[in-house]
Design a protein around this ligand. Structure first.
Ligand code: NAD
Ligand code: MG
Length: 379
């Protein structure tokens, strides 16, 4: 069986990445083993039936009865709960797993897929930010193949193919700059403005993260673990057109870039078909029609999130997990219509300031640190 036809489990199938992944799987003819969702049982059942999944899992156990009713007589098995999420990620019935859950909630199922030695296509970056050392260590120990789905990391992965980390001068992560790239006063921007991303269509949490540039902060730490390059050699560059998805600068002054349309089906497909570039659904950019590709340095005064990522990475230990948890809480609060956009920065900064330093945290230490930040910010 070729790599691209191993049955697939999609964690977070009802979301933006999940639905794009199902489209890629249908295009490539990859069978779907399992689909999962947090609560949206109607959408989950419809996707499971449409894509002939063997199993559908709703994470929230309150949705189990309804999911079972919706799937009765369809041949799709209904399951529920956190254990079931991990079970479908590790099931011998699937060869590859796409992690498309949003946030820290994806940590355990990601680890379950890795420990089962799967091809693990990682979109869900937050677990890598929280516990990158442990996750990469488990992947090496268990023989799992980790492939990036995040467009920047897919680009860097492609630019690095055939090269070694010691040839690299710098990884250059590009960022669109979000909807507020040219807005002087971020204190007054609204939730609706923040949700209007200029180039990408994505789930609400990452759309806010793109507006604060916290998404790029998470991506700095994600890149650090995926590619084993220290954060002092990872640089962010604003590129409003989102055509150059990221670059690798080599020590001889040569720079490799990967380009494409801002459509996640391209990096999702490459994670599924690697090491091949097969026929896809997305056309190459039309360069004659592109007016210009422009680049500028990020404004770290208006967007302090970038420096927080470097500080958290340098501090190590639980600091990145604290940064992530505080950001998740602050974004959820802003999305619920409370507080100002800039409160996200102050919340994360304060949480990082309060975080105790811890050398090499265990998984339990990281989970406890995450829970402690959430408890404090919920109160
Ligand atoms: P989304 O909000 O559209 O979808 C999230 C999915 O996760 C849904 O299926 C939802 O049911 C599920 N989910 C949410 N909370 C859960 C929980 N507590 N337990 C179990 N399942 C839960 O999100 P998205 O935009 O598709 O992003 C998913 C992940 O991929 C994020 O980590 C994001 O940073 C990353 N990512 C997204 C894009 C993009 O274009 N959307 C690009 C790069 C990386
Ligand atoms: Mg990205």
């Amino acid at each position: 069986m070729s790599a691209a036809s191993r049955p697939l489990t999609i964690l977070g199938a009802t979301g933006s990445i999940g639905v794009s992944t199902l489209s890629v799987a249908a295009h490539l003819g990859i069978p779907v083993h399992a689909v999962t969702a947090n609560r949206k049982v109607d959408e989950l059942a419809a996707l499971a039936i449409q894509h002939r999944a063997a199993v559908a899992v709703v994470a929230d156990e309150d949705g189990y009865t309804e999911l079972k009713r919706l799937l009765a007589g369809t041949g799709v098995v209904a399951e529920a709960g956190a254990q079931a999420l991990c079970a479908v990620a590790a099931d011998p019935g699937c060869g590859a797993v796409v992690t498309a859950i949003v946030g820290a909630a994806g940590l355990h199922p990601t680890l379950a897929a890795i420990r089962a030695g799967k091809r693990v296509c990682i979109a869900n970056k937050e677990p890598l930010v929280m516990a990158g050392a442990l996750i990469m260590g488990e992947a090496a120990r268990c023989g799992a193949t980790i492939l990036p789905v995040d467009s920047e990391h897919s680009a860097i992965f492609q630019c690095l193919e055939g090269h070694r980390p010691d040839e690299v001068a710098e990884l250059v992560l590009t960022a669109s700059g979000g909807p507020f790239r040219t807005v002087a006063d971020l204190g007054a921007v609204t939730r609706e403005q923040a949700l209007r991303h200029p180039t990408w269509t994505m789930g609400p949490k990452i759309t806010i993260d793109s507006a604060t540039l916290m998404n790029k902060s998470l991506e700095i730490i994600e890149a650090r673990w995926l590619f084993g390059v220290g954060v002092e050699r990872i640089r962010v560059l604003i590129h409003p057109q989102s055509v150059v998805h990221s670059m690798v600068a080599y020590r001889d002054g040569s720079v490799m870039a990967q380009l494409g349309r801002p459509d996640m089906r391209t990096p999702i497909q490459y994670a599924l078909t690697w090491p091949r570039h097969d026929s896809g659904q997305v056309a190459a950019p039309d360069f004659a029609a592109l007016a210009a590709l422009t680049f500028e340095a990020p404004d770290t005064a208006r967007f302090p999130s970038l420096d927080m990522a470097y500080a958290a990475a340098r501090a190590g230990g639980i600091a990145p997990a604290v940064m992530n948890a505080a950001n998740e809480m602050a974004v959820a609060r802003f999305l619920a219509g409370h507080g100002r956009f800039t409160d996200i920065f102050t919340t994360v900064e304060r949480a990082l300031g309060d975080a105790p330093s811890l050398g090499e945290p265990s998984l339990d230490d990281i989970i406890a640190a995450d829970a402690e930040v959430r408890r404090r910010l919920a109160g």
